[in-house]
Design a protein around this ligand. Structure first.
Ligand SMILES: Nc1nc2c(c(=O)[nH]1)N[C@H]1C(S)=C(S)[C@@H](COP(=O)(O)OP(=O)(O)OC[C@H]3O[C@@H](n4cnc5c(=O)[nH]c(N)nc54)[C@H](O)[C@@H]3O)O[C@H]1N2
Ligand SMILES: Nc1nc2c(c(=O)[nH]1)N[C@H]1C(S)=C(S)[C@@H](COP(=O)(O)OP(=O)(O)OC[C@H]3O[C@@H](n4cnc5c(=O)[nH]c(N)nc54)[C@H](O)[C@@H]3O)O[C@H]1N2
Ligand SMILES: [Mo]
Length: 777
């Protein structure tokens, strides 16, 4: 296969030998290799641990190896033999570490003991756990609870997450943003309005019953590779898979199953996408509008002959707003649809024809829909298409948002939300005898605004790399230093730990793959997957350091030091036995978590109820709603100026969010660097740029701030004209905080309006030396 010496022309399929080889290369860390030999067979299996990478569903029974290349990389990364000890911080000041690249920071390995920042020496210095808790508690007590933000990245377990939100609320704050605010919040806003549930309606067994799959803006081969098995099975049954993505992503094109000896021997890949439409970034509403237009036109024609294409019985009985929607669709202008989507009418009619030929369609999507100005409208438009033919609430059909972090959906389920109406506050009030705050809390964008305005005074992070993941990095880092207190609960060192408040603590915790030994013995935790199924997870590896505490123990430690004693809540008992936390969750959320401890022990876990799956619509109208999009253009770039390009910030196959595993995006042929701009050849010619030329990107925004970055090399790429791609998080300084999705406030990371120019020689040399790691001007 095509992985020759020139990595730039990588033409091989996802999976297969390439992925096995990439794993072996990953394994230079002997400790991680020997640990992983024992652990990988337990990954995503009953009695094992749930992968710390993506949230894709776990089949029952599992495959012999229920992990993928990237899941294995995540396991390696957690089980690394490398350690960050106190000597490391003695050697390096925090200012020095700020010059390090993301890769280099995390590559130092696991954090080993609690540290506090010492401004006098500009170093992290060791601190006792008890001392850290007391200091944090004392400071939190002195602050207005509404000025404190409690962030969660989507990895912590249901048990930790429940304790964390309860702590914040007992303290007096609903400021509980999580990574979902940068991710699928557009889903959490869109789906309740459309179909009455905040999550997808598809379960794993729907894949076997489906006869058509539509994929919008999700890069399965990199970000949820285990789903390739379901897709491959579908393709082998002849099920069409229709993909909409500006980039031709390798994993959406072809897949060799490493678990199929025949495929591995013959190297004969399965073609994943039967149709591939390279939609323009931000052009999905237009593309979906075109498809709906073709479907409604076909129905009009068929109706004349007494036949229907629409599921009229479903529309009649189960939906609201069809007539207004149909009027808008009939009115839509093909020329505008073609211009906004970047796709020909014939291509959209072809996609629509496939849609109409299928009886049970699954609609899958990811960040390509959610991270836009009209991210919510994107999702609702996708649902509109599905509703036309009754593709919600039927076996083999439904809407399938692919969640990111391994428990991001679950964190929302157990109360990590800034929206009080999403949380059973009355129930918790009764359970724990307190008056929970009722005022809406801050989401991610609002927390950033509060930090800039000086209204937010303290930040507690349960995992993640907030400063690096948010937009407007330079503004935010500066504002961050004005915070009175920053507390980071983490496994590995990252940039957010180096941008410190006046008082700062770095609290290292156990990872999910490690044994969590408490008063009553080894503990189990639980997570919710993308399809709403809960699974138990048991870590078995010896902890990375004897000084680590579990996440529940750290949350409880801070809570006890901050809150007055509560006769109805024994934090120590909870830390001693997580089953008691699950009992409390079951009391707060009986319909989802009744009998939690018994059901989580079942090999198959248990699904949460999903009304839309049963065609019960808990929306305001009591029906599934057709919702009209605000515009055909989902992007902030509405200028029509050909010099404004839409920047898509991308994940590589060699990273998990801000955790960079390496510099090998072999699917896209970008090796040895991440500082590239992927550009259409026509745009290169028009802008007078040649391959590997150094360029500067500057954001187009309606404020006075200059957002400019250099240090990127141009790479010709198969991407629609007017769109360019570059990696996240390197480009986050270019994204204006104010450019976020309406209502959901998800930063619009998938079509940042930028101008690209050749970097002047003098600037190029200066940036190359000054910014080995960060490359921002
Ligand atoms: N290995 C690995 N796995 C991961 C992660 C990781 O970083 N690494 N991250 C995890 C997390 S938190 C998340 S949220 C998910 C993210 O997984 P995805 O949802 O796949 O997110 P991205 O890779 O950011 O982008 C998805 C795709 O959207 C396409 N796209 C960009 N703009 C548009 C557009 O306007 N329209 C359409 N139709 N497509 C567009 C891009 O080309 C890209 O292929 O993955 C999770 N899993
Ligand atoms: N430009 C741009 N920006 C984006 C995106 C994009 O596509 N483009 N995507 C957005 C999305 S979808 C997301 S989800 C966010 C991600 O934002 P975050 O979730 O905040 O970031 P991560 O990179 O996932 O966090 C990595 C850190 O988590 C810590 N960690 C790892 N495991 C554990 C654990 O078990 N416990 C604890 N306590 N800590 C742990 C480690 O210290 C590691 O350094 O970024 C968003 N930002
Ligand atoms: Mo995410």
């Amino acid at each position: 296969m095509g992985q020759g010496t020139d990595d730039r022309s990588y033409e091989g399929p996802a999976g297969g030998w390439g992925s096995v080889r990439s794993l072996v290369r990953k394994s230079s860390d002997e400790h991680a290799v020997s640990a992983a030999v024992h652990e990988l067979p337990r990954q995503n299996k009953p009695g094992g641990f749930m992968c710390v990478s993506c949230a894709w569903a776990k089949p029952v029974p599992p495959r012999p190896a229920e992990f993928c290349e990237n899941g294995a990389k995540a396991t390696f990364a957690e089980l690394t033999g490398r350690r960050v000890e106190r000597a490391f911080f003695e050697k390096h000041t925090v200012s020095e570490l700020l010059g390090w690249a993301d890769y280099d920071l995390e590559h130092e390995g696991r954090l080993t003991e609690p540290m506090r920042y010492d401004p006098a020496s500009d170093r992290y210095v060791p601190v006792e756990w008890s001392e850290a808790f007391a200091a944090i508690g004392a400071q939190l007590k002195s602050l207005d609870p509404e000025s404190v933000v409690f962030y969660a990245s989507g990895r912590a377990s249901l048990e930790t997450s429940y304790m964390y939100q309860l702590f914040a609320r007992l303290y007096g704050s609903n400021n509980l943003p999580d990574s979902s605010n940068m991710c699928h919040e557009s889903t959490s806003v869109a789906l309740p309005e459309s179909i009455g549930v905040p999550i997808g309606t598809v379960r794993l067994d729907d894949f076997a019953a489906s006869d058509g799959i539509f994929f919008f803006g999700q890069n399965v081969g990199t970000n949820s590779p285990r789903m390739l098995h379901q897709l491959q099975e579908a393709r082998e049954r002849g099920v069409p898979i229709v993909t909409f993505n500006p980039l031709r992503e390798r994993g959406l094109e072809a897949f060799v199953n490493p678990q199929s000896p025949l495929q591995m021997l013959t190297n004969r890949p399965t073609t994943i996408s039967s149709q591939y439409h390279q939609v323009r970034a931000g052009g999905d509403i237009a593309a979906l509008m075109g498809m709906c237009k073709a479907v409604i036109a076909a129905d009009d024609a068929a109706a004349a002959g007494g036949r229907r294409i629409l599921d009229t019985a479903f529309i009649e009985e189960h939906t609201h707003g069809y007539d207004d929607f149909a009027a808008m669709v009939r009115d839509a202008d093909w020329a505008e649809i073609e211009r906004e989507s970047g796709l020909a009418r014939s291509a959209l009619e072809e996609a629509a024809a496939t849609y109409m030929a299928c009886d049970r369609v699954i609609g899958i999507y990811g960040m390509g829909l959610t991270q836009h100005r009209l991210g919510v409208d994107n999702v609702q438009m996708f649902v509109n298409l599905l509703l036309l033919r009754g593709n919600i609430g039927r076996p083999g059909a439904g809407i399938c948002p692919v969640r990111g972090h391994s428990n991001v959906q679950g964190q929302r389920t157990v109360g990590i939300s800034e929206k009080p109406e999403m949380v059973p506050l009355d129930k918790m009030a009764e359970q724990f005898g307190f008056e929970p705050p009722r005022k809406k809390g801050l989401n991610t964008v609002e927390a950033c605004e509060g930090i800039v305005a000086g209204e937010v005074r303290a930040f507690v992070g349960l995992g993640g790399n907030f400063v690096r993941a948010i937009p407007d990095r330079e503004v935010m880092e500066q504002a961050w230093r004005g915070l009175d207190l920053t507390v980071q609960i983490a496994t590995k060192l990252n940039r957010s730990h180096l941008v410190v408040g006046k008082s700062a603590f770095l609290l290292p915790c156990l990872g999910r793959i490690e044994r969590d030994e408490q008063a009553t013995g080894p503990q189990t935790v639980s997570t919710e997957d993308s399809t709403g199924v809960m699974h138990g997870s048991i870590g078995r590896r010896p902890p990375a350091s004897p000084h680590l505490l579990s996440e529940p123990a750290i949350v409880a430690g801070i809570a006890k030091a901050t809150l007055p004693p509560n006769p109805r809540l024994d934090w120590d008992a909870w830390v001693g036995d997580y089953a008691l936390v699950r009992d409390a969750i079951a009391t707060s959320y009986p319909s989802i978590f009744h009998d939690f401890n018994r059901r989580i022990a079942q090999p198959e876990g248990f699904p949460r109820p999903n009304a839309a799956r049963e065609r019960t619509w808990t929306t305001k109208t009591g029906k599934a709603n057709f919702i009209l999009p605000q515009s055909l253009c989902a992007s902030f770039d509405m200028s029509g100026d050909p010099d404004v390009l839409r920047l898509i910030t991308l994940r590589s196959n060699d990273q998990f969010n801000t955790t960079i595993y390496g510099y090998r995006d072999r699917f896209r042929g970008v090796i040895g660097t991440r500082m590239v701009v992927l550009m259409n050849k026509a745009d290169m010619a028009r802008l007078g740029l040649r391959e590997d030329q150094q360029v500067t990107m500057e954001t187009v925004a309606d404020d006075d701030r200059v957002r400019r970055m250099s240090g990127f090399a141009v790479r010709p790429y198969n991407i629609p004209p007017g769109c360019i791609g570059a990696y996240y998080p390197e480009c986050n300084a270019l994204i204006p905080l104010a450019q976020h999705a309406r209502v959901s406030k998800v930063p619009a990371a998938k079509s940042v309006p930028v101008k690209v120019t050749a970097t002047l020689a003098a600037t190029a040399t200066a940036t190359a030396t000054a910014t080995a790691g960060m490359a921002a001007e």
